[in-house]
Design a protein around this ligand. Structure first.
Ligand code: DAT
Ligand code: MG
Length: 142
């Protein structure tokens, strides 16, 4: 019997930190049963974001996305547990907070503020391979 314990990289984004939602996000993660194995508050840099959002650097919204992600500190977390990548994406809800399902982090805690950015409180890795890559960016010592 081999347990397949995964890790996921989660960010509480600047809007979530500013609006005092760090505790609520952590509460939901812990209530679900995932383990927090690393946690750090820090400012994102353009270099870190270019790596983190490598798949989006050519998108028209990338400049605004970087500005939003650098508008204040973020809280970076590494979660651990069986199928945690899929599980946290499910807790987070879909990308657009207006239509994200009630009961999810984005559905309950985020909305469109007319800024032109999608401000959706959290990031969660979308696959185990992305998680490994993103953990290397935010927690190189882990
Ligand atoms: P997710 O964060 O749900 O994985 P994603 O990887 O497609 O979504 O995009 C990363 C972030 O970029 C997303 O959380 C918000 C922003 N974003 C995505 N699509 C956007 C768009 N069309 N306009 C503005 N921001 C966008
Ligand atoms: Mg994504």
């Amino acid at each position: 019997m081999t347990a397949t314990i995964e890790r996921s990289l989660v960010l509480v984004k600047p809007d979530g930190v500013k609006r005092g939602q760090v505790g609520e996000v952590l509460r939901r993660i812990e209530a679900k049963g995932y383990r927090i194995v690393a946690l750090q508050m820090r400012e994102a840099t353009e270099d870190i974001l270019a790596e983190h959002y490598a798949e989006h650097t050519e998108k028209p919204f990338y400049g605004d996305l970087v500005e939003y992600m650098m508008s204040g500190p973020v809280v970076a977390l590494v979660l651990e547990g069986e199928r945690v990548v899929e599980g946290f994406r499910s807790l987070a809800g879909t990308t657009d907070p207006t239509s994200a399902a009630p009961g999810t982090i984005r559905g309950d805690l985020a909305r469109d503020w007319g800024t032109g950015n999608i401000e959706n409180v959290v990031h969660g890795s979308d696959a185990p391979e992305s998680a490994q890559r993103e953990i290397g960016i935010w927690f190189p010592d882990l």
